[in-house]
Design a protein around this ligand. Structure first.
Ligand SMILES: [Fe+2]
Ligand SMILES: [Fe+2]
Length: 191
């Protein structure tokens, strides 16, 4: 599918605000990819498609799992905040025709992250929270670190922001996020 068709089709999945966010993430991802010497075409596509499942209702998650043979753990089953990234990777594959495993994996892990992500996964994780429409305390610092090319430190900062935000909401934290934070903390400290 052509990129322009993808962007048009995305309107069937997302309200305008989230559609704009997706294009902003794609733009931020291209910038980071160029900075890191990563494939900017893949970064752009992953950014465009990362949130396709954001508006799938909890009651409909089961039917997607049956349709595409998706396995979710117990926490993911209860939370669309967690499952939308996993469902999104299948929607990208089966409804947008993406077969590149790196793109699919970057979409899959954009909410929880995981330890030892590859560069594209790291780029999408960070691009999601530094895109131009984001405005929260600390976003400028995070943008600056990310655009300085210290992607490991940017991932760590983004993870710590995410963990604190989940705690403030009194929501459960996925273990993958904690493991990712410990991994990137050790990596940054070891530099
Ligand atoms: Fe998302
Ligand atoms: Fe997003």
């Amino acid at each position: 599918m052509e990129k322009s068709d993808m962007i048009e089709k995305l309107k069937d999945y997302l309200p305008e605000k989230r559609w704009t966010h997706s294009l902003n993430v794609a733009r931020a991802a291209v910038r980071l990819a160029e900075l890191m010497g990563c494939d900017s075409e893949k970064a752009e596509i992953a950014g465009i498609l990362h949130d396709t499942a954001k508006y799938v209702k909890l009651a409909d998650v089961g039917s997607y799992c049956d349709k595409y043979n998706i396995k979710l753990d117990d926490m993911e089953k209860k939370s669309t905040a967690l499952s939308h990234s996993i469902l999104g990777s299948y929607i990208a594959k089966y409804e947008f025709g993406i077969d590149d495993e790196n793109i699919l994996s970057a979409i899959r892990y954009h909410t929880t992250a995981k330890p030892a992500m590859n560069t594209l996964e790291e780029i999408i994780y960070v691009a999601d929270v530094i895109e131009i429409g984001r405005d929260y305390p600390g976003v400028d610092d995070l943008r600056e670190v990310a655009l300085s090319g210290d992607l490991d430190r940017a991932v760590l900062m983004a993870l710590e922001n995410a963990i604190m935000s989940v705690m403030r909401k009194k929501a459960p934290l996925h273990l993958r996020t904690i493991e990712a934070r410990n991994y990137y903390l050790a990596k940054v400290k070891g530099k």
